[in-house]
Design a protein around this ligand. Structure first.
Ligand code: PLP
Length: 377
């Protein structure tokens, strides 16, 4: 029999909701056609695809024509950033050292190739972006594209997106936000929030892996980042993954239906985890703006010195507990987190990212803290 896991790594990926699996299974049986084919089978797939697009667009308050499906957050971030540089002709890009590699790597690459100039906005010890420095950078470098994530995937810090969008608008800049960790966690009105571009990934909100979308507002148009077909109204070539997209739409619908209940439950788990850690582990530290503006699903901690960082995850794994150290998007290897390093956190101390979902219980949180306090002793 398989060991029962305590899964607390939902910022890395989430289990699919049963309603999503059901939706996808029925799609696989009935909607196998290529949505670009003109015959009946193709038309049925197209109907499903466009229904999914309309549903998702309505939940996020954008027009269906502003939503483009693709393989997920990494591709969507790349497509937006390369598109802004190569097709919209922007030369100045402003971002922060705490962004996800799906933003930092394409920007660093374009800067190294002298296609763009990259400007990093200051962050403080809690990992908060300096609004004053951002305003100064926007004043100095015009016109610019600002790329700042909504919630940091390691520290949970929330960016005041509306304030940043207003600032960008005043300075004639475009605003892209990596919203991978927040779509499905909040009711988001993308029109009111005022971003030009936003991206999402289904597997972060109990949908399938390998599918997501980019939102491209205000009539902007790029050459497709992935080329070779006219799909997604010429913005992303390749046959759409119809059943995964139907699953994405279902997952977002379920997330929206139970949003308040999930926010309450998950928020209470995070609070309990903080309280138990403080009670049971002397010297535990919380990284990020935990007392301020913080996403309810993620908690980042540093444990006291004396624990071998290399051994922490394997020991938790042996106890059946799945968490990550820093950001574990690409591999399980212990690498000092670039986010914590940029914040000036002591990365010699073992750090953990604990991330919750609606499937977690208080008993699981208690077991995690018990195991951690045993290791700390
Ligand atoms: N952006 C953020 C903030 C993320 O947390 C992740 C994944 O961890 C990604 C982008 C990449 O998304 P995907 O796994 O869909 O490529």
């Amino acid at each position: 029999m398989r060991k029962r896991l305590i899964y607390l790594d939902h910022a890395a990926s989430t289990p699919m909701d049963p309603a999503v699996i059901e939706e996808m299974a029925s799609c696989m049986e009935e909607h196998f056609g290529n949505p670009s084919s003109v015959h009946e089978a193709g038309r049925r797939a197209r109907v499903l695809l466009e229904q999914a697009r309309r549903k998702v667009a309505a939940m996020l308050h954008v027009a269906p024509s502003e939503l483009f499906f693709c393989s997920g957050g990494t591709e969507a971030n790349n497509a937006v950033l390369w598109g802004c540089a190569r097709d919209l002709g922007y030369k100045h890009f402003i971002t922060a050292a705490i962004e996800h590699p799906a933003v930092l790597q394409p920007l660093n690459r374009m800067a190294a190739d002298q296609e763009i100039q990259l400007h990093l906005v200051d962050i403080d010890k809690l990992g908060r972006v300096s609004a004053d420095h951002l305003a100064r950078l926007l004043e100095q470098h015009k016109p610019a594209v600002v790329s700042l994530m909504h919630a940091n995937n390691e520290t949970a810090n929330l960016l005041p997106v509306k304030m940043v969008a207003d600032l960008c608008k005043r300075q004639g800049a475009l605003f892209h936000s990596d919203t991978v960790q927040t779509v499905g966690k909040y009711h988001m009105n993308m029109q009111q929030l005022g971003m030009d571009f936003a991206v999402a990934s289904a597997h972060k909100f109990h949908g399938p892996k390998g599918t997501g979308f980019m939102i491209v507002r205000n009539g902007h148009f790029f050459q497709p980042f992935v080329q070779g077909g006219g799909q997604e109204r010429n913005m992303r070539a390749g046959t759409e993954n119809v059943c995964a997209i139907a699953g994405l739409a279902k997952a977002l619908e379920v997330a929206h239906e139970r949003m308040e209940e999930d926010q309450r439950h998950i928020g209470a788990l995070k609070e309990a985890c903080i309280r138990l850690l403080k009670e049971q582990i002397t010297g535990v530290r919380f990284n990020g703006d935990v007392e301020g503006s913080s996403l309810h699903t993620i908690l980042n901690i540093s444990l006291p010195a004396g624990i071998d960082p290399e051994m922490l995850l394997p020991r938790l794994d042996m106890a059946g507990i799945c968490v990550s150290s820093g950001s574990a998007c690409a591999s399980g290897a212990h690498r000092g987190s670039h986010v914590l390093t940029a914040m000036g956190v002591d990365t010699q101390l073992p750090s953990l990212r604990i991330s919750f979902s609606r499937y977690n219980t208080l008993s699981e949180v208690r077991q995690l803290v018990d195991v951690l306090s045993g290791i700390a002793r």
